[in-house]
Design a protein around this ligand. Structure first.
Ligand SMILES: [Zn+2]
Length: 173
């Protein structure tokens, strides 16, 4: 009597291993998840990366991360140079150029930094403002390589579902 259920469980548990490997949209296969989360503690993802099929269509060109507190600090996930601070339409935005063509943008964030300022990984970029997720405090984080939007989560976590990523140690030196 229990055999069919057991087989079903086995099949379900094996399913992830038998799926063909494929990267989610916007994932650069060479990316190593070495950045830090821009919020502390590690934020929940309220809305994931959902790029449109065509540039002129609507979509979600980044991720929304929930902050544990209103007005909490937003930190740089990787070192870089501030390339933009200002208001886009009605949203205060800060952009950091990380080199290698990669840029992070955060909104809505109030910042006292200026274009050209250098930031280290973990440095405070500014203060989170409420508004992107209604009354829930969140930041929208977008990552671009050139004009292409990438999924920011690939830089802080490994998105491949069948791989458990161990904590890696930095090489000595
Ligand atoms: Zn968003």
């Amino acid at each position: 009597m229990k055999t069919p259920a057991l087989i079903a469980v086995l099949l379900l548990s094996m399913a992830p291993l038998t799926l063909p490997g494929s990267d989610p949209p916007g994932v650069a296969s060479t990316a190593a998840p070495s950045w830090s989360w821009p919020l502390t503690p590690r934020p929940a993802v309220l809305r994931g990366f959902d790029p449109p099929d065509k540039p002129w269509l609507s979509g979600h060109r980044g991720v929304d991360l929930r902050s544990a507190s209103d007005g909490g600090p937003v930190t740089s996930p990787e070192s870089g140079t501030v390339s933009f601070v200002g208001v886009v339409v009605d949203r205060p935005v800060i952009t950091v150029d990380h080199g290698n063509g990669l840029r992070s943008s955060f909104e809505p964030v109030r910042s006292t930094l200026a274009k050209g300022d250098r930031v280290a990984k973990g440095d405070t970029l500014g203060t989170l403002l409420v508004g992107h997720c209604g009354a829930t405090p969140c930041i929208h984080w977008g990552v671009r390589r050139g004009d292409e939007y990438l999924n920011p989560l690939q830089f802080v976590t490994d998105l491949r579902p069948s791989v458990l990523l161990p904590l890696t140690r930095d090489p000595p030196g």
